[in-house]
Design a protein. Structure first.
Length: 190
């Protein structure tokens, strides 16, 4: 039952983008098309799950026993950057169109505060290894859900008439705010 609670909280109640407001840059930058949003979401799921697995082990088996747990942030950043490089290489070879569509936002996963934040939160919440990976995976899926929702709405908004000053980023920010308010309604469930 603990895992179901972690998953529900990570997906809806504490959605990393719409409730905790982490990872806003890729959320707004890659949400123009659903296909691109799906690709970014898959990359974030992979990086976040694997990053939490590796950072958990490094923290609990190296940093904490040696009494150098103050090094966790810089160590976690190094791990995340390495994983993003692996994803970038894989995408460049296997899906060049997606690699081009993601553009600068793919390397920005390295600096995505959501990836680092979740790795740090899993340690802070004293999750065990399995809970940490489940938490990270569910959080990344929540990020992907939010990304796809915004991308779908933005694609539909391209088809409607609206004032010139509202097109593009202004309407995207308004929609993101409304989505955040909707997801904050889930907080009553916790």
């Amino acid at each position: 039952m603990e895992f179901i609670t972690i998953i529900i909280l990570a997906l809806f109640v504490n959605n990393v983008v719409l409730a905790q407001f982490l990872g806003i840059c890729p959320f707004l930058g890659v949400s123009n098309k659903v296909g691109t949003a799906l690709g970014m979401g898959a990359a974030v799921i992979f990086v976040m799950a694997l990053a939490n697995l590796v950072t958990y082990m490094i923290f609990n088996f190296i940093l904490a026993p040696l009494g150098i747990d103050f090094m966790r942030t810089i160590t976690f950043i190094f791990v995340i950057a390495s994983l993003v490089q692996i994803v970038e290489i894989i995408l460049k070879k296997t899906a060049p169109a997606l690699y081009q569509a993601l553009g600068i936002y793919l390397p920005l996963i390295t600096t995505n505060c959501a990836v680092l934040g979740i790795a740090l939160l899993a340690i802070t919440k004293n999750y065990n290894l399995l809970e940490s990976v489940v938490y990270a995976s569910a959080t990344a899926v929540g990020f992907t859900i939010a990304l796809i929702l915004l991308a779908g709405i933005r694609e539909q908004l391209e088809l409607v008439q609206m004032p010139k000053g509202m097109k593009g980023v202004p309407i995207a920010l308004i929609v993101a705010g409304i989505l955040a308010l909707a997801f904050m309604g889930f907080a009553g469930l916790a």
